[in-house]
Design a protein around this ligand. Structure first.
Ligand code: PGA
Length: 249
């Protein structure tokens, strides 16, 4: 386990400005001393950047384009995310891979662009149910790590958070057991230790996502290679997200 755990909220396509601001008002009273990242929709970033002033909450986006500017109708760049106060960006979420055909090659371009703009990527990887049942989990994870982190240096890996998100656990209410998650997290750390020098593997945060909720957060976060969580559904309610952020190991 690295020194400090990180809990990130992936709000996906949810919340109006009013709802988001009222969430922050409630939430900031519950939680004091952990590193927290909230990743709302693009439309909420600017306003939330004001609301989180003087709190321990950081701002993240859910996606970005790899170019800085230009003729890419409907897209948002890393430069723009920086401009509205983002420090993090989720990349390679399985919903983007599945519904928007994002490949490892594209995700790698986005990772490089995020790093260039001093954004910390939260790189999501994970297998689907069929792949798990066919014992392909570790092969899929290896392929994603190799492809997504192509040409990412020893110096750069420190600024990346890897999120293991088994697709069968996302939004299903059925989380991976702590043992299932730990097995993959340990494998990811081993892959990183082969790929990178020094303490990079030890210091890279590997967080778990997939139906994390107040009832299962403690047992998951207690595992030695689980350094935090990426929370979808349970992050939409201030009280329930605060409960997850308040877990102490
Ligand atoms: P979930 O989503 O917590 O609703 O399963 C997690 C995610 O997709 O990041």
């Amino acid at each position: 386990m690295t020194t400090k755990s990180l809990i990130a909220a992936n709000w996906k396509m949810n919340k109006s400005v009013k709802e988001a601001v009222s969430f922050i008002e409630d939430f900031k009273n519950y939680v004091k001393d952990v590193e927290i990242v909230i990743c709302p929709s693009f439309t909420l970033l600017n306003k939330l950047n004001e609301s989180i002033k003087n709190t321990n909450i950081k701002l993240g986006a859910q996606n970005m384009h790899f170019e800085e500017k230009g003729a890419f109708t409907g897209e948002i760049s890393g430069l723009m995310l920086k401009d509205v106060g983002c420090e993090y960006v989720i990349l390679g979420h399985s919903e983007r891979r599945q519904y928007f055909n994002e490949t490892d090659e594209l995700i790698n371009k986005k990772i490089k662009a995020a790093l260039k703009n001093k954004l910390k990527p939260i790189l999501c990887i994970g297998e689907n149910l069929q792949q798990r049942n066919n014992n392909q989990t570790m092969g899929i994870i290896k392929k994603q790590i190799i492809g997504d982190l192509n040409n990412v240096s020893d110096r750069e890996i420190k600024n990346i958070i890897v999120a293991y998100e088994p697709i069968w656990a996302i939004g299903t209410g059925k989380n991976a057991t702590p043992e299932q998650a730990e097995e993959v997290h340990k494998f990811i750390r081993e892959l990183l230790s082969k790929k990178y020098n020094g303490n990079a593997a030890k210091n890279t945060r590997i967080i778990y996502g997939g139906s994390m909720k107040p009832e299962n957060a403690k047992e998951l976060l207690s595992m030695p290679d689980i350094d935090g969580g990426l929370v979808g559904g349970a992050s939409l309610d201030a009280k329930s997200f605060a409960k997850i952020c308040s877990v102490r190991i």
